[in-house]
Structure formats: structure tokens, C-alpha cells
Write a protein that binds this ligand. Structure first.
Ligand code: PMP
Length: 403
């Protein structure tokens, strides 16, 4: 058994084989306790009150921001903006940066493999500004050929928006190289880190990312807390996304001036309990270590690939190399709808995802309506994979095939 599994109360309370961590991760007890501790010991509206409880909430919120800054190696706390999730973070970048700094005739480059959350905001920016939206198309293994990059990233490219890890293919995209290309033209890169930050060391300065968005809930933090990292020089010149309480310096009847970063982008009452839980999640993650996470995910993915290769009716999407999947295995079974795969597995208490994974254009590109997806995380073990595989091997028979 995986030594970390016992840290997750859900596995004791509701025993299951959880293979849907790309949708949301399970939470260790320490994260659940941290959020509870906040409400029991520090609950007040932070950044407002001048009494002890409110100051404790303010401190907890600030400590969480520093913890995120260190995790992604941002230069300063002010570059870390708390949001609700990746989707809100990407919309903040699109509305506040995109609508104001991308113009008619400019080009925005994204990819056909993006999650809708990193596609629709850029469609909106292109439509409203008159910029051209260009989609990079990957090879079957998820990589982009040099010709594809050379022909589609021109000197008119002002912005690249790309996932660091695809939530369907699991491939790691060449963010650092793309950042270099776009910076040469004076453009910027927006990185969707929803599937990368929970699984690998992401260093915004090493990548030279201008923006990085991610969700707490995929890295074991509570729901409702997310992050947008942005370089200070960009955040300074952007107008606020939302306006109202807490994000102002001074309000007059005829206008207002904005608070310092990061508060300019955090309108209204914030989520200090979620941020405190996020800090606990990051500490847990760091205790396990990204090397260990990678080893666990890789060895289990290898096992799945090994067994799947013996079953000719199973097709895996993305690279044939299990080590290029960041623990994400999207697949189909001939003659069986992915929803039936998920339902049959559910009867065996094996939880996977089936559907378009909020990536319909990628499904079209792959010429598949839906896929099943198993996604791994640090608490999964050989027993989980054995149960998954045993259940998978029964499916064709249940559906009436004589293999
Ligand atoms: N981008 C990617 C690559 C994702 O996998 C997801 C979540 N499935 C998102 C964005 C959106 O995350 P959220 O729903 O937490 O905003």
C-alpha cells in the first residue's frame, strides 16, 4: 500500500480506487484540519479589522501568499493574486491584459489541445479586439513540429496561451521555448498550469512565464482558491478585472484610484480559509516531493501501458511513451462508449472520468467524440492499478464481445 494513502480520510471513509485526480485531487487530513483551524481560531474578515482575530486572518492570508510565491519561485508576494480557480485566473488575464494590450492585426497563438478555460477567453479577446486567433496543431504524440511553430508564430504574435500539461494527452508543452519565441517579438506568454503545478516543479522565472494560472483543488487544497501569477510590470499597467471593496486606494463620487498589488486584483471579501488550506496543501506536497510524485505516477502509468498494449481493442491517446503522460491516460475501447466504461468501473468502485474533458476541439481533432481518462496522483498504488485493470478486462465481455 502507498505510504501516503492513510493521510487521506476519504479512502478510509469511502474506500475507492480514485483515478480522477486531474479533475480534482483528494485532500489530506492536514488540509482539512487547516481549513477547520482557520474557522475555529482565526475567523474574521482579513485586511479590514483592527482587532486580533482579523489580524490573525490577515497574517494567515499573507503567509499563504508567500508560500505560493516560494512554490513557483515568483520574485515577490505582490505577483501572486488569489482567485477562485484556473478559469477565473485565465479570464482575469484575458479581460485585463488581453482586451487592453492586444490590438487589431495582432496575433494570439494557442493550441487545439487547450481546456475550454484557456480557449474561450482568447476567442473573446480576438473577437473584441480584432486580433487573429491561431491554433497550433500537435502531432499524434502531443508534440509540436518545428515547422508548425515556425509557420504559426510570426512576428505579429502578441500573446501565446498554452497549457503546460494537457489534461487529455498528459504531454508537457515546451513553455520555455515558446516564451523565448514570443518575447523576441515583444509579446507575452500565458501558461495554464492547472495540470502541471500539482505534479512538477514549476519555476516561473526559469520558464520566463508572464502569467501562470492554477487551481488549488487539483493540488489537494480546498475548493474555491486559485492563483494567477503575473509579472509585476504587467500587473502594474493592467486595469482591474473586478471593482468594488478592498481593491481601491481612494474612492470619490467621480472615480477611484486602485490599491497596490496584489489587492488591485482581489475585489471583495477574499477566501482566507481556502488560502490557509492551500498553504497546508503546498506543505504536504513539498513533504512528499516532486521527485517522489513523478516516480509514483510514472511507474503506475508504465504498468497501465504495459497491460493495455496486450489488449488490441484499447487505444491510448498521446505519446506511446508512458513517461510522457504526467500520470494521465486517455483511452477508448472499441465498441464501448466511454460513459459505459466509466459506469462499469464505477460498479467496481473504480473512479475514472469519461467525456470530452472540456476539450471538445481536441476531441474533434483526434476524431473521437469522448474518451475515458484515468489520472494518477501521489496516493495511488499498485493495488489501485490492479483493480482498475481487472475491471477494464471485464468490460468487453460485459458488453457482449467474445474476445
Ligand atoms: N485548464 C486545465 C488544463 C484543466 O485541466 C482544468 C481543469 N480540468 C482547467 C484549466 C480549469 O480548472 P478549474 O475548473 O479549476 O478552473
Amino acid at each position: 500500500m502507498n505510504q501516503y494513502k492513510k493521510d487521506f480520510p476519504v479512502f478510509e471513509n469511502k474506500p475507492c480506487v480514485y483515478l480522477d485526480s486531474a479533475a480534482t485531487a483528494q485532500r489530506p487530513g492536514s488540509v482539512i484540519e487547516a481549513e477547520k483551524y482557520f474557522y475555529e481560531n482565526m475567523n474574521a474578515n482579513p485586511l479590514r479589522g483592527l482587532y486580533e482575530l482579523s489580524m490573525a486572518a490577515t497574517d494567515a492570508y499573507a503567509e499563504a501568499r508567500t508560500c505560493v510565491k516560494d512554490l513557483i519561485n515568483a520574485s515577490e508576494d505582490a505577483e501572486v493574486i488569489f482567485t477562485r480557480n484556473t478559469t477565473e485566473s485565465l479570464n482575469l488575464a484575458a479581460y485585463s491584459y488581453g482586451l487592453n494590450f492586444v490590438h487589431e492585426g495582432d496575433e494570439i497563438v494557442t493550441t487545439v489541445m487547450e481546456h475550454h478555460s484557456n480557449m474561450l477567453p482568447w476567442q473573446m479577446v480576438a473577437e473584441r479586439t480584432g486580433a487573429k486567433l491561431i491554433y497550433l496543431e500537435p502531432e499524434a504524440d502531443g508534440s509540436f513540429s518545428k515547422e508548425e511553430l515556425d509557420s504559426k508564430i510570426t512576428d505579429r504574435c502578441r500573446l501565446i496561451a498554452i497549457a503546460q500539461v494537457s489534461n487529455v494527452l498528459g504531454c508537457v508543452n515546451p513553455v520555455k521555448e515558446l516564451a523565448k519565441r514570443v518575447h523576441k517579438n515583444g509579446g507575452i506568454i500565458v501558461v495554464d498550469g492547472a495540470q502541471s503545478v500539482p505534479h512538477m516543479k514549476v519555476d516561473v522565472r526559469d520558464l520566463d512565464a508572464d502569467f501562470l494560472a492554477f487551481s488549488g483543488h487539483k493540488l489537494m487544497a480546498p475548493f474555491g482558491i486559485g492563483v494567477l501569477y503575473g509579472k509585476r510590470e504587467l500587473l502594474e499597467k493592467m486595469p482591474p478585472f473586478l471593482t468594488g471593496g478592498e481593491m481601491i486606494e481612494y474612492v470619490r463620487l467621480d472615480g477611484a484610484t486602485w490599491a497596490e498589488l496584489p489587492h488591485k486584483f482581489e475585489a471583495g471579501t477574499v477566501n482566507p480559509a481556502g488560502a490557509y488550506g492551500l498553504k497546508a496543501a503546498i506543505e504536504y506536497l513539498q513533504g512528499v516531493g516532486f521527485d517522489h510524485i513523478r516516480e509514483t505516477e510514472d511507474s503506475l502509468t508504465k504498468k497501465i501501458f504495459g497491460e493495455f498494449s496486450k489488449l488490441p481493442y484499447i487505444h491510448i491517446y498521446g505519446s506511446p511513451d508512458p513517461l510522457q503522460h504526467t500520470g494521465i491516460v486517455s483511452f477508448t475501447i472499441d465498441g464501448v462508449h466511454p460513459h459505459d466504461i466509466a459506469s462499469i468501473l464505477d460498479a467496481d468502485k473504480v473512479d475514472i472520468r469519461a467525456g470530452h474533458h472540456c476539450a471538445q476541439p481536441l476531441m474533434d481533432y483526434l476524431r473521437v467524440g469522448n474518451t475515458a481518462r484515468a489520472s494518477l496522483y501521489l496516493y495511488n498504488d499498485e493495488e489501485d492499478v490492479d483493480s482498475f485493470l481487472a475491471s477494464i478486462k471485464k468490460i468487453r465481455k460485459i458488453m457482449g464481445f467474445q474476445d
